[in-house]
Design a protein around this ligand. Sequence first.
Ligand SMILES: Cc1cc2nc3c(=O)[nH]c(=O)nc-3n(C[C@H](O)[C@H](O)[C@H](O)COP(=O)(O)O)c2cc1C
Length: 217
Amino acid sequence: MNSPILDDLNWRYTTKSYDPNKTISTENIAIISEALRLSASSINSQPWRFIILESDDAKQRFSNTFETKFLANKPHATNASHIILFTHNPHYSIEDFEAVIDKNILDGRIKPEKKDDAVSKFSFADLYTEPSGYNANWTKAQLYLAFGNILHVLARLKIDSTPLEGIDVKRVEKEFSQELDGFSCPVALAIGYHDEADFNARLPKSRMPLETVVHKI
Ligand SMILES: Cc1cc2nc3c(=O)[nH]c(=O)nc-3n(C[C@H](O)[C@H](O)[C@H](O)COP(=O)(O)O)c2cc1C
C-alpha cells in the first residue's frame, strides 16, 4: 500500500534520546505553531494554550520538575530542541466561547446579528460541565486532538518527538503557574532530532492486527 500519509505515520516513533546540538528552525516552529492553532475542537471551542519552551532557562525549569517521577523522561527536557506544554482550561465558560464567536464574526464566518444564536451552541459544552463550571474532562479531550494532529505534522516535517504523559503534573503546574494562568497541563511533547543512542529508532513498529482494531460492518 503506497501512501505518503502511511509513510509519515510509519516514519514517526517515540524518540528516547535527543541530539542536544540540533535545533528546530524558526520557520518550522512557526509551522508547528500554526498547525496547533488550526487543530479542530468541539464547537470550535479551542479551550487550549500551547506553551513552547525554547530558551535554555525555560527548558531547565521544566527539567527541574523531574525530581522523583518519570526520570527516564528528564533528559529530553534539556536535550530536545523544544518542549511544548499542552494545557487546557478546566473551567471553560460561556464568556470564553463568546470570544471564539467574536473571532468568527471578525473572520466573516458568522454574521454579527447571529451572535446570540451562535453563542447558544455553548449548550453542547454545558452537557459536560458540572454545576461548579468544571469541564476539564471535555476540554482535555479537545487538547488531545491537537496533540494527535501535531504528531503527524511533525512526521511530515521529519522532526522527531516524544509524547510525555510521564511528567510530574503537580510540579509542572506549580513551576509554570504564571504561564498556565489556571490552565491544566496533563501532557507535554519533546521535539527535536534523535541521536545515535536512540535504541527506539532501530526497532520495528508494532501495532495490533488491522482486523482487531478496524471492523467493517
Ligand atoms: C499520550 C501519550 C503519552 C505518552 N507518554 C510517554 C512518556 O511519558 N514517555 C515515553 O517514553 N513515551 C510515552 N508515550 C509513547 C508511547 O509509549 C508510544 O507512542 C507507543 O508505545 C507507540 O510507539 P510509537 O510512538 O513509537 O509508534 C506516550 C504516548 C502517548 C500517545
